[in-house]
Ligand binder design. Structure first.
Ligand SMILES: Nc1ncnc2c1ncn2[C@@H]1O[C@H](COP(=O)(O)OP(=O)(O)OP(=O)(O)O)[C@@H](O)[C@H]1O
Length: 238
């Protein structure tokens, strides 16, 4: 692992097994021998078509699923949090209680959590719904709560899966601005999956292009984007 790398992924492979008929199992390689490193303070993008393995990769990086082979290495005590739609909340608890649980899981005491929860409440703009169970929320409202919770609790690596793509344009802009502020001090490491090429261009210095689970290109966002867009246009022509 390079000195300033906060995350090192080596030869990662993940297979899903699904039933394709009575007693028949179908194996699908969602991530195929992928390796890369992310530096501390870097905003790293992952792009690729539908089904290319982006979300699966983030889940492995967050430790919510185990790979079949390969490894994910971080310095000791590195905290990681996956911000993805529908993940991580207890549906029966209110937005406030879910925010409190996130704080406690990130090592804050109940007392230290109170001002953070008020910041989350103000940022998420959920009004009285903040006190209602999360199961009553729309996808956009969950996204607001998830984003606000992640932005105000300190984690070493934020793993963001599509959450910025949901919600109205005013909130998207506010979320992007908050992320940029967090990025400017070069402390926050972010791994960011998005279908929005504009968002990846705006936020990420480097990115990884996944194609059917394989790392097709790893490099600066400009160089990867050039080939990715050319490839997309080729496919549209065909
Ligand atoms: N739980 C699962 N069981 C079986 N196959 C799965 C499972 N989750 C994902 N897959 C398959 O693994 C592949 C990668 O899926 P993944 O969701 O990681 O892709 P993605 O790039 O995030 O897609 P999208 O851009 O559409 O969100 C797809 O072919 C998908 O069908």
């Amino acid at each position: 692992m390079n000195n300033s790398a906060i995350l090192s992924v080596r030869n990662l492979t993940l297979e899903y097994q699904t039933r394709s008929g009575f007693l028949k199992l179908f194996t699908h390689k969602a991530i195929d021998n992928v390796s890369f490193e992310v530096q501390k303070g870097e905003v790293f993008g992952v792009l690729g078509r539908n089904g290319s393995g982006k979300s699966s990769l983030l889940k492995v990086l967050a430790g919510t699923i185990q790979p079949d082979s390969g490894e994910v290495i971080c310095p000791p005590n590195t905290t990681r949090s996956l911000l993805a739609l529908g993940l991580g909340f207890n549906n029966n608890l209110s937005g406030r209680d879910n925010a409190l649980i996130s704080c406690l899981l990130n090592g804050y005491s109940k007392q230290e959590s109170q001002p953070i929860i008020e910041q989350v409440k103000a940022f998420a703009e959920l009004g009285k719904f903040f006190e209602q169970p999360v199961k009553t929320y729309s996808a956009g409202m969950r996204s607001r709560l998830g984003f606000a919770t992640a932005i105000f609790t300190q984690v070493d690596i934020m793993l963001i899966d599509e959450t910025l793509s949901v919600g109205d344009s005013a909130f998207k802009l506010k979320a992007e601005t908050a992320l940029k502020e967090k990025i400017t001090n070069n402390e926050q490491t972010i791994i960011f999956v998005s279908h929005s090429i504009q968002q990846i261009k705006k936020l990420c210095q480097r990115c990884l292009w996944l194609e059917k689970g394989v790392a097709k290109q790893l490099g600066t966002t400009d160089s990867v984007m050039e080939n990715y867009l050319a490839d997309k246009q080729e496919t549209v022509k065909i």
